[in-house]
Design a protein. Structure first.
Length: 142
């Protein structure tokens, strides 16, 4: 079931980026001028931090390897399936964004929040599942 959900969400992300490329070449206001949609090829990492592209590719691949290592060798055994699912979904979305960044040197973003950042559906899914993951770790360690 995990793979069906993951593949479905990746397809949704691809479709959203495809339509953003076609329909969002100009800014579309959603909530006044604070939330709007516009297609952009984003060469930066989170929160507009710019890193030299070859270094960014090495950093992305290294982080993915470190996350796998952590989970494989450092993570304590638990019986919490939701914790495992949230971990793997964060990792999967991060890998998906990483693949896009490694092969294209940028990520397609299209959701702008004024004074904050620009992101895409994969970023949104990473944030949701990461918050759930951190909450479950906190709850399990109480």
């Amino acid at each position: 079931m995990f793979y069906v959900i993951l593949i479905s969400w990746i397809i949704i992300d691809l479709i959203s980026k495809y339509f953003a490329n076609i329909y969002l070449q100009n800014k579309v206001n959603i909530i006044w001028d604070y939330l709007y949609l516009q297609y952009i090829l984003n060469p930066w990492i989170a929160f507009w931090i710019k890193i030299y592209p070859p270094l960014l590719k090495i950093l992305t691949i290294s982080l993915i390897i470190l996350i796998f290592y952590y989970y494989r060798y450092e993570k304590k055994e638990n019986n919490n399936k939701l914790l495992d699912i949230s971990y793997w979904l964060v990792l999967a979305w991060a890998i998906w964004n990483g693949i896009e960044r490694v092969f294209n040197s940028n990520v397609i973003d299209f959701i702008w929040v004024k004074y904050f950042s620009i992101f895409n559906l994969a970023d949104w899914f990473i944030s949701i599942w990461a918050i759930l993951y951190l909450y479950l770790i906190y709850k399990n360690n109480k």
